[in-house]
Design a protein around this ligand. Sequence first.
Ligand SMILES: [Zn+2]
Ligand SMILES: [Zn+2]
Length: 322
Amino acid sequence: MEIIADVWDNIVQGLLEPLYHFNNPEKRINYFYIISSLLLAYYVYYKAKEKIPFYKYIFNKKIWLSKSAFIDYKYFFFNGIIKIVLIAPIIQIWWYLGVTINDWMEESFGFSDVLLTESELIIYYTLSLVILSDLMIYLVHLAMHKIPFLWEFHKIHHSATTLNPITQYRLHPLELILNNVARVFVSSFLIGFFDYFYAGSVEAATYLEINIFAILFLFWGSTLRHSHVKLKYFHFLERILLSPFQHQVHHSDNPAHFDKNMGSKLAIWDWIFGTLLRSTEVAKVRFGLGKKEERNYNSFSKTLYMPFKNIARWFMRKDKRS
Ligand SMILES: [Zn+2]
Ligand SMILES: [Zn+2]
């Protein structure tokens, strides 16, 4: 009976978890960022000289009530449960892994001669975390586009034919787990590394504190990345920071735009690896995988099982050939 109660508890927690995002300053759909995004959207609306009223421009029924959007909404709650059940344990080993790396460094190199003050530690740690986790997200995303087995799972995110802020949660659970493992790996590595150069014991909370860079990113329209609002940055800036429109280009079904703009916050990785496309280089964007392929992903259940079906098919074809 206790197990049933536990499972039930997890499901309820999982279903409620996404709703806390409106209140969490680390989440893109926090009400504070929704307000800043609305202001930025108004600027785009005003510049584009749209003929319809602003509320109709924002709450376009064709976008918010599309079949594709309802799949996103289901993922929003479904992945809430996945997070509680599968991802919470990964986050729990976060701290432990850091301690292990720190111990390993002390054993291998002895105690450090260079020690950082607490403010130095926070500045260096935060900067390294922003840069390294952004690079990690880029590399994982690149792998998802280039490795056929992983692409089958990442396709779910790209199968959205309309974009709204909830589309960011439209991720196959396997991709969600992979992203979190990568994130945990980077933070654990950095925690262990910086602990080695710090004499005191730094509270876990110091590391978990939301950093100013993340707030700026979230404030500056990250909610609009998944939307129809074409917010572009200055041409030069789009080499350093990805604008919401640059992510919308990433969702384009035009082969000329495939595998472009794979970064998260920073555009420099796309710039360095030659996958950058800036707003001025793109005229029109239609979202999705192309009409023919999209039909395979037009329901929530299909998006869940299609990757496995495609991979099984691929193996069977390979079997026949050999
Ligand atoms: Zn992608
Ligand atoms: Zn996206």
